[in-house]
Design a protein around this ligand. Structure first.
Ligand code: FES
Length: 176
C-alpha cells in the first residue's frame, strides 16, 4: 500500500508525518479520477428515510456530479432517478424537496409519476410535440432514468440511510 501511494502522486502524501497536501482538495485531475474510481464504484449516500416519509415526497440529492431525485411512490417504494428528462434532458425537478403526485418537466411539460413512469405529454393528440403518446409509452421506455445500472437500479437502506449506486461494478454490500 505504501509503495502504491508513493508512486502514485509523489509528494502529496507524507506517511511518516501523517500529512497530506492541500493539492488533493483542489486538483482537477485528482477530482476526475475520484469521480471515476470512487464515485462510480461505491455505494453513495443519497438521503435518509425521514426526508421522504410519505407517498409523493421527493428530495433532490446528488451522486458525484449527477443530480438525482429521491422519491417515494404511491406503493411506498423508494426510487432514485437521474434528474434528467427523457425528452431533451432538461432538469425535471427544480425544487430541493416537496410532495407531488407527478413530477413535471418545465421545458415541454412531460410528466412522470413518482415511480418514474411517463404519464403525460402535452399536445399528444395532435402530434405537435413530435411524440405520439400511447399506452405503451407508460412503460420503462420513456420513464425517468433510474440512477445506476439499468435495468435494475439498486437502492439500499442501511438502517434508515439510503444509498444508491451509479456504476455497474459496485460491490455487493452483503458479500464479505
Ligand atoms: S425536455 Fe422535458 S419535456 Fe422536453
Amino acid at each position: 500500500m505504501t509503495a502504491r501511494i508513493s508512486s502514485y502522486r509523489p509528494g502529496l502524501v507524507d506517511l511518516v508525518a501523517g500529512q497530506i497536501s492541500r493539492e488533493i482538495f483542489v486538483n482537477n485531475e485528482i477530482y476526475q479520477e475520484e469521480l471515476e474510481r470512487v464515485f462510480a464504484r461505491a455505494w453513495l449516500f443519497v438521503g435518509h428515510e425521514s426526508q421522504i416519509p410519505n407517498s409523493g415526497d421527493f428530495f433532490v440529492s446528488s451522486m458525484g456530479e449527477e443530480s438525482v431525485i429521491l422519491c417515494r411512490d404511491r406503493a411506498q417504494k423508494v426510487h432514485v432517478f437521474l434528474n434528467s428528462c427523457r425528452h431533451r434532458g432538461m432538469k425535471v425537478c427544480r425544487y430541493d424537496e416537496g410532495n407531488a403526485a407527478v413530477l413535471t418537466c418545465p421545458y415541454h411539460g412531460w410528466s412522470y409519476a413518482t415511480d418514474g413512469k411517463l404519464v403525460g405529454v402535452p399536445y399528444r393528440s395532435d402530434g405537435d410535440s413530435g411524440f405520439r403518446f400511447r399506452e405503451r409509452d407508460r412503460n420503462d421506455v420513456h420513464a425517468l432514468y433510474p440512477a445506476g445500472p439499468r435495468p435494475s437500479p439498486k437502492v439500499r437502506a442501511f438502517s434508515d440511510y439510503l444509498a444508491a449506486e451509479l456504476g455497474a461494478t459496485t460491490p455487493d454490500p452483503d458479500r464479505r
